[in-house]
Design a protein around this ligand. Sequence first.
Ligand SMILES: Nc1ccnc(=O)[nH]1
Length: 444
Amino acid sequence: MKARSSRRGEGVPPIPQSGDYRLTDARLHSSLTPGFEVAFDGDGFALADIEVVDGRIASISNRQSHPQVNAIDLKGRIVLPCFVDCHTHIDKGHIWPRSPNPDGSFIGALAANETDRCDRWNAEDVARRMDFSLRSAYAHGTRALRTHLDSAAPQDEISWPVFEAMRDKWRGRIELQAASLIGIEDVRETAWFDGLARRVAKAGGILGAVTYMVPDLDALLDHMFSLAIKHGLDLDFHADETDRVEAASLRKIAEAALRHRFEGRMLVGHCCSLARQPDAEVLAALDIVAKAGLAVVSLPMCNLYLQDRRTEATTPRWRGVTLLHEMKARGIPVAVASDNTRDPFYAYGDLDMLEVYREATRILHLDHPVGDWPKAVAETPADAMGLDGAGVLRAGGPADFIVFKGRSWTELLSRPEADRVVVRDGRAIDAALPDYAELDDMMV
Ligand SMILES: Nc1ccnc(=O)[nH]1
């Protein structure tokens, strides 16, 4: 009997669940395959064979034209390395049903989140929601993820131990990192903040804060940089997540980094106000950012949602994202990431980095040409997180990749690709997404 074709048509062929194998006719991107020297087409693609031995990529080679034994013919489908999501808030994730944002504004988000945190974030609540988020990220093909942790007292004492346990639980599937999240003004409480820095150091975390234009910003940044140097910590900031033209704390962070000759890694998120500032001023600031060695991550979905929301009678007129193209032109490493998921800061989202890349392409024009923009969800965030060998496909590296149905950028970025096949250490994983109903008892 002839098999009936599904509505979705022919899918990605099955990946062997044991033994070594060869994928033939895989479509690989030049920006994600360092060391694979071949003639790539105008979209940056080339057809290749991938040999998987003992869960690792043994070789990537020119597509062979003669038939191969033990080969799985991908028929030109795109294969990307597993994603790296360098800016999320999985401690907040999925609280939307019990604490929605009343009006979609940033202020509304802060207030709704704070009430929810103070009332509800015990260790079990945080752990269950975090685990739910990690299962979604894993199923979509993410292999490393950094979350911020709301760390205002007393939440720091609850969430940091949960993070440490969750990192252990997920080791080998998702490499989990955490950065502290506090308002920069909390650094004025020096005794408390010194304790937080010690707690972050003990957990192997990253020291982070939200910066805005307070009069003593330079002094507060100096204190943060000093403590980061003392404890050997990397830094991660939320900066200038506002439409206010005078918000220029990114530049202040860069100047502090130069003052301290800081040698750790620094990642700065948001930087929305840059898009509202006069060209001459902002481009001069970016030169300093480049010199200081900061990396920048834009959060296109969350900031499209939150920024330029004035009243329910106004239409948004700007996109909320920062100047990624101008940054990249100056050699600043630039990434895009998920940010919030189903919480007061963003009503939607599922930690799907393909969705982030698809939306980023539209919102930020990461096309014409695509160039090496795919790095923004792979090798660039991996570098910013200090991960070795993530975000690329190369001989000798782990066989951690995603096989998509799409064979071109327009096919890949037009559909959700819900039937993608995620391969970890050479094997297809169970890519089922967790059911929201699991969280119902926590939402009353
Ligand atoms: N965009 C955001 C700013 C601050 N906190 C968040 O969770 N998200």
